[in-house]
Design a protein around this ligand. Structure first.
Ligand code: RP5
Length: 162
């Protein structure tokens, strides 16, 4: 089994439909990831243990998704030296604006790279791009991915021009 390099954590199993997009990116780029449900409020000790030990297990980047009072990404960022990417999960009553504000408003010194509400795909891609800074094979994969995106747009343009 591939050594997991990306840790994908979320506050609840109800976040999984959103977070599975990040898992799909890891699969697409063949990067090992570990996935865990860890709640900042319901399992705080587990969160502290995870955040303090992730780098010792070889994890290089953590993606943390949470909704509502979304403290998980920020608290994990406070406890790990690794880069943390936060995913604001859409919430029932405020559609994820609460999640976004909870995650993005970090005090200077403890950053969380926050993606758009529900955009776990970009979190996965950003994590892969961080890993690609020291992995030339992965860098080529990222460039191929971008080339495919460009080809899709150009194909749509060609259809419009017909
Ligand atoms: C947060 O509360 C989770 O990240 C989730 O988005 C939200 C609701 O959790 P459940 O009540 O669905 O378990 O901690």
């Amino acid at each position: 089994m591939t050594q997991p390099l990306i840790g994908i954590i979320m506050g609840s199993d109800s976040d999984l439909p959103t977070m599975k997009e990040a898992i799909a990116v890891c699969t697409e780029f063949d990067v090992g990831c570990e996935v865990a449900i860890i709640s900042a409020h319901r399992t705080p000790e587990r969160m502290v243990e995870y955040a303090k030990t992730a780098h010792q297990r070889g994890i290089k980047v953590i993606i943390a998704g949470a909704g509502g009072a979304a403290h998980l990404p920020g608290m994990v960022a406070a406890l790990t030296p690794l880069p943390v990417i936060g995913v604001p999960v859409p919430s029932r009553h405020l559609q994820g604006v609460d999640s976004l504000y909870s995650i993005v408003q970090m005090p200077a010194g403890i950053p969380v790279a926050t993606v758009a509400i529900g955009n776990a795909k970009n979190a996965g891609l950003l994590a892969v791009q961080i890993l690609a800074t020291y992995n030339s094979e992965l860098l080529q994969q990222v460039q191929a991915y971008r080339a495919a995106l460009k080809a899709t747009v150009m194909e749509k343009q060609a259809q419009l021009d017909e």
